[in-house]
Design a protein around this ligand. Structure first.
Ligand SMILES: [Zn+2]
Length: 436
């Protein structure tokens, strides 16, 4: 019996020993025996990335993506954990039965670890304790039309009731922050197509929704997570709330940092998302907020659909960008000092930090090895999604993910290293840590 399953050797740094799927030793020049050894050389080691915002659409719409292809694509991007959103799977996860149904499928099909969001829709507050009991990491609500009748949006009153129920079981509520009332009050856009869509979803609608959600969070004591914030003004609104003690965090997505409204015009529906891509000036302002430390987490909001749903009229096309394979390495290559936003920050906010998010002894041996001396042009052929469609095609990444390991088992990379059977017996499902 070897002392370690794997030893990672770093120059001028500690070695890392892995056994039984855990980091078990972090010290200089580990001397025990091991089954495999990786000498990092110039390559960099990071904790496995955590994507707290994906839509893998299974069950019900697995033909859009599914756990198998989705998890493989994320692993290729350095990801070791995802948190799946309660929509656009069908049935949506708005009660315990749907939660269990999705968990079982994920356990069967995911190649990396995962957790689940429950859904918060008008009138389902009574389902929240049961979903919490099953390990939901939080509840997701839409403050604007989700595009699916089965997942209706919440009014401020609905949100208040849901937040009270979530606070009672110590779960955060995540919101898609665009105010439906504000959107509905806007005049018809004078343009059609992409430009009309951009006009119909202004930053003011996002700011208004964030203001309302923060107010309700303060009122109810419910932790709040604003997903896919697209504007610096939205971040300002959160900062105001943080300043008066509201427990609120912000996610943004790489597509709001790397793409602008012109890309939506040039690329068409493949780059359609809501909130929409913003002007170059707004993108710059959001990047300034990120660099100033005002953003807490990065999620991909990987939201694929059938190819035919991206064709035809722009107004009718499904919104959502496929990005979980490249969003994180792209982010890391531009913002290497902000790796916490991909690792420990989401782990802490989603109640997973007891096992995930950092390289520490006793934690799951989740890590990715990145080579910054290599660049990679994103080609359609390299996409591991069910449908090789992405706004990221043609972009160049200034680094390459070499290998990804989840609980000591290689889930991506060349020169595959065999896993131990014992690790495969573990369930990939992660429940939110019980708060004591
Ligand atoms: Zn989403």
């Amino acid at each position: 019996m070897a002392d370690f399953d794997l030893i990672l050797r770093r120059e001028n740094d500690t070695d890392i020993g892995v056994a039984d799927g855990l980091f078990v030793a972090i010290e200089p020049e580990i001397s025990g025996s091991c089954r495999f050894e990786i000498v990092l050389g110039d390559r960099k080691l990071f904790p496995g990335f955590i994507d707290a915002h994906v839509h893998f659409n299974e069950p019900g719409r697995a033909e859009w993506e599914g756990f198998e292809t989705g998890s493989r694509a994320l692993a290729a991007g350095g990801g070791t954990v995802f948190c799946d959103m309660p929509l656009n799977s069908s049935p949506p996860v708005v009660d315990a039965a749907a939660f269990e149904q999705k968990r079982k499928i994920g356990e069967e099909k995911s190649c990396i670890d995962f957790a689940l969001w429950g859904g918060l829709i008008p009138g389902n507050q009574r389902e929240i304790p049961a979903m919490a009991e099953l390990g939901a990491i939080g509840l997701k609500a839409f403050m604007a039309d989700s595009g699916l009748d089965e997942f209706p949006w919440v009014t401020p009153d609905d949100l208040r009731e849901g937040m009270k129920a979530a606070a009672a079981v110590n779960l955060p509520v995540a919101v898609h922050a665009e105010s439906q009332a504000y959107l509905a009050s806007l005049p018809q856009p004078d343009e059609t197509g992409v430009k009309g869509f951009l006009q119909s979803r202004p930053i003011a609608a996002e700011v208004e929704a964030i203001r309302i959600a923060c107010e309700l969070s303060g009122e109810t004591g419910c932790a709040l997570h604003i997903v896919h914030v697209s504007s610096a003004e939205g971040v300002n609104e959160v900062e105001k709330a943080k300043g008066i003690g509201v427990d609120v965090t912000i996610e943004t997505c790489p597509h709001y940092l790397f793409f602008c409204d012109k890309d939506m015009i040039d690329l068409g529906a493949v780059a359609k998302c809501a909130p929409p891509l913003r002007s170059p000036h707004e993108v710059g302002a959001l990047i300034s907020k990120l660099v100033a430390g005002s953003i807490d987490t990065i999620g991909s909001d990987h939201s694929p659909a059938l190819p035919e749903m991206k064709g035809g009229e722009f107004a009718e096309a499904w919104g959502g960008i496929s990005g979980c394979q490249h969003a994180f390495p792209a982010f890391l290559s531009k913002f290497p000092d902000f790796v916490d936003l991909l690792t420990i920050n989401p782990a802490a906010r989603m109640g997973l930090a007891h096992r995930k998010g950092s390289i520490e002894t006793g934690k799951d041996a989740d890590f990715t090895i990145v080579d910054f001396s290599k660049t990679e042009a994103i080609a359609k052929e390299s996409l591991l999604y069910r449908h090789p469609i992405s706004a990221w095609i043609g972009r160049e990444m200034q680094c390459r993910i070499e290998m990804t390991f989840c609980r000591g088992r290689q889930v991506y990379g060349s020169g595959r290293i065999p896993s131990t059977q014992q690790q495969n017996l573990c369930s990939p499902y992660l429940a939110r840590q019980e708060l004591t």
